[in-house]
Design a protein around this ligand. Structure first.
Ligand SMILES: Nc1nc2c(ncn2[C@@H]2O[C@H](COP(=O)(O)OP(=O)(O)OP(=O)(O)O)[C@@H](O)[C@H]2O)c(=O)[nH]1
Ligand SMILES: [Mg+2]
Ligand SMILES: [Zn+2]
Length: 294
């Protein structure tokens, strides 16, 4: 019998998993019982496994309990999500950022926003983008100019930190700058559509500074999870300090009279654009909730 080890899945491609244990990487396959969805071995998972041996291949034996699981991009046991957008090329998809922030809050995981490529627009444009997210830590960086990287690096220690967002925003480029020895593949942004070309195909944990940095494939679609519509406001950190005193106890901060969140929006204490998008997502949540038994 081979001995059972404990390790972490750092990569999974085509049914083969790279499992790291005490700095050594083993290749393992999953057995049949893992096929059910919640048991799908996922990058970031802690696992029990038997390492490969002369006569038999490495096998994943058991998934250990997860602290959390992000669905898009699919990564387990994350401590911090860095949402990467570009000041331009591709143009920021703010609704996607909002949805990623909602997911992070639902997972009880910290999230910050990293605005890359300020070399293309100047810092003013990037600052305007940052102003939409008044209560969320926002960094303005440029992978090409090596600017803001020190501040970004400060977040990158002793934790599992997931870089996520649209394709082409520069997630892999930033990782290459943070880790100068790495040679992660970087793609172009299409001149015509201004979209990234989905260069990174698989999420991968890369050991760094006592923790891991996670490069992930870019994506553009993210569904709002099913929730009772009144719940949505709980996932907006920027509303928190104004909530509680609205005229109606069940205020959804949409267009109700005596709403303190709306008041804060009018006084520019909450970004108007972000609140407008909140109203759109609220409608979506209401719609979903109404048809939940269909
Ligand atoms: N001008 C400028 N271009 C950048 C910067 N960072 C990255 N790029 C360019 O943006 C393009 C996309 O970069 P990637 O690092 O591949 O982007 P990604 O987010 O990893 O994309 P996916 O893997 O497809 O999700 C490449 O052509 C990079 O050279 C930057 O700071 N400034
Ligand atoms: Mg990439
Ligand atoms: Zn209100």
């Amino acid at each position: 019998m081979s001995d059972i080890k404990i390790g972490r899945i750092i990569k999974g491609i085509g049914g083969f998993y790279s499992v790291e244990s005490h700095g050594v990487i083993y290749t393992c396959k999953a057995r049949g019982k893992f096929r059910k969805d919640e048991l799908t071995p996922t990058v970031g998972d802690m696992v029990e496994f038997t390492p490969p041996h002369e006569t038999h291949e490495g096998v994943l034996k058991k998934l250990l309990d997860r602290k959390n699981l992000m669905i898009r991009p699919r990564v387990a046991n994350i401590d911090l999500i860095i949402i990467v957008i570009a000041a331009m090329d591709p143009p920021p998809d703010y609704t996607l950022v909002d949805k990623m922030l909602i997911n992070a809050e639902m997972m009880h995981t910290d999230a910050i926003i990293c605005i890359n490529k300020h070399d293309l627009t100047g810092k003013k444009v990037a600052e305007k983008i940052a102003n939409q997210y008044l209560d969320i830590d926002t960094l303005i960086v440029s992978a090409h100019k090596n600017s803001g990287i020190k501040q970004l690096k400060k977040y990158c220690q002793d934790k599992t930190i997931c870089f996520g967002g649209q394709s082409g925003t520069g997630k892999s480029s930033l990782l290459n700058v943070i880790m100068p020895d790495s040679t992660i593949e970087v793609g172009e942004v299409s001149k015509k559509t201004k979209r990234g070309k989905h260069t990174t195909r698989h999420a991968e944990l890369i050991p760094f500074n006592g923790g891991y940095l996670v490069d992930t494939p870019g994506f553009s679609l993210l569904e709002l999870p099913m929730m009772e519509p009144n719940e949505l406001q709980d996932y907006y950190k920027d509303f928190a300090e104004f909530e509680g005193g609205c005229k109606y106890k069940t205020c959804r901060h949409d267009s109700e009279p005596g709403c303190l969140v709306l008041e804060a929006v009018n006084e520019n204490k909450i970004s108007k654009e972000r609140h407008e998008r909140y109203r759109t997502l609220l409608k979506e949540a209401e719609e979903k909730w109404r048809s939940r038994y269909d």
